[in-house]
Design a protein around this ligand. Structure first.
Ligand code: ASP
Length: 321
């Protein structure tokens, strides 16, 4: 009897198995970009669908600046209890090389949950920008008298990476204007305060279709179904210019594996939702296949992308610090 009571007392102190009851309160998702941009849109749609699966609200905390590294540092230092998460993209991997003094090591700072989406980039301009085609644009930018401005979300962002590749491929130097996300870049492009941007189709599709901005190219091998009139960069004359941007969910290192697995399972369920798939496809954004919405696939992607971009960034000599 005494033995039984002792066992019961021990079970009470241990409480329910970690992860079994999780989540018991709202989960905060740190988003390293301003509201209104692609990372924000992807995070909000994902959070809405996952909230339903988990039975708890997922809130979004937008924190732009320093190419996403301020927010990433905050997420890396957060309590690893499953109540603070990060949704970010390829910039997580490129920052590891672009910033020589990061306050975290991207390779070890996170417990990846899973990949969420994949999207093409688009080379876009203000609606009244003169050059008609991508080749006209390149010719225009090559003229010494041309003064063009390109908005991006800071060194380390996907828009920065795309602009950097565009400039190195074309051997052109363009003045870049950093913002806290490409939501505000889009506002200024529509308002004709800046000339150019290279941003995810997630953010540019509605404005291209609405003719509020001009599109020169998409960075995929084949044209996007949602933008059938926009040529690929390759078709438009910039051979082999391809860039896709993945987004994933990450928890701070030390988050209990049972919680990470529960989040990954909820993510996979959310990514099967027809409403979520439609909302993403309307903004030219692909949902990752089920076997990539896993901790293993996200970890592999993160480490692989750090290694893939490091030599390209080093060769460009364009460091942030
Ligand atoms: N698209 C942005 C980038 O260039 C960030 C954002 O989502 O606002 O990384």
């Amino acid at each position: 009897m005494r033995h039984l009571m002792a066992t019961a007392a021990l079970l009470l102190t241990l409480g329910p198995a970690v992860g079994q009851e999780y989540p018991t309160k709202p989960i905060n998702i740190i988003v390293p970009a301003a509201a209104g941009g692609p990372t924000d849109a992807i995070s909000r749609v994902t959070a809405g669908a996952m909230s339903k699966v988990l039975g708890q609200q997922m809130t979004i905390e937008n924190m732009g600046g320093a190419g996403g590294t301020l927010a990433t540092a905050r997420a890396a230092r957060a309590e690893p209890d499953g109540y603070t998460l990060l949704i970010y993209h390829v910039g997580l991997a490129t920052a590891q090389t672009l910033y020589r003094n990061l306050p975290y090591d991207t390779r070890t700072a996170f417990a990846p949950v899973g990949l969420i989406t994949d999207a093409a980039m688009t080379v876009v301009a203000r609606s009244d920008y003169q050059p008609a085609t991508l080749m006209d644009l390149i010719e225009h930018l090559r003229k010494p008298a041309t003064k063009a401005s390109m908005g991006n979300a800071g060194v380390g962002s996907a828009s920065h990476l795309c602009g950097m590749l565009f400039q190195s491929e074309t051997k052109i130097q363009i003045t870049t204007v950093p913002y806290r996300g490409t939501g505000p870049v889009m506002n200024d492009l529509i308002g004709k305060q800046i000339d150019l941007s290279c941003d995810q189709a997630t953010n540019t599709t509605p404005q291209i279709l609405g003719k509020q901005i001009k599109a020169y190219a998409v960075t995929t091998k084949t044209r996007l179904k949602s933008l059938p009139d926009v040529p690929t960069a390759d078709e438009a004359g910039l051979k082999g210019f391809e860039l896709g941007v993945w987004h994933g969910m990450f928890a701070p290192k030390g988050t209990p594996p049972a919680i990470v697995q529960k989040l990954a399972a909820a993510l996979r369920t959310a990514l099967k939702e027809p409403d979520l798939i439609k909302r993403f496809s309307d903004i030219s954004t692909d949902v990752q296949p089920q076997d990539r919405a896993t901790p293993e696939a996200a970890q592999k992607m993160l480490l692989g992308e750090i290694d893939r971009w490091a030599p390209i960034i080093k060769a460009s000599g364009q460091y942030a610090d």
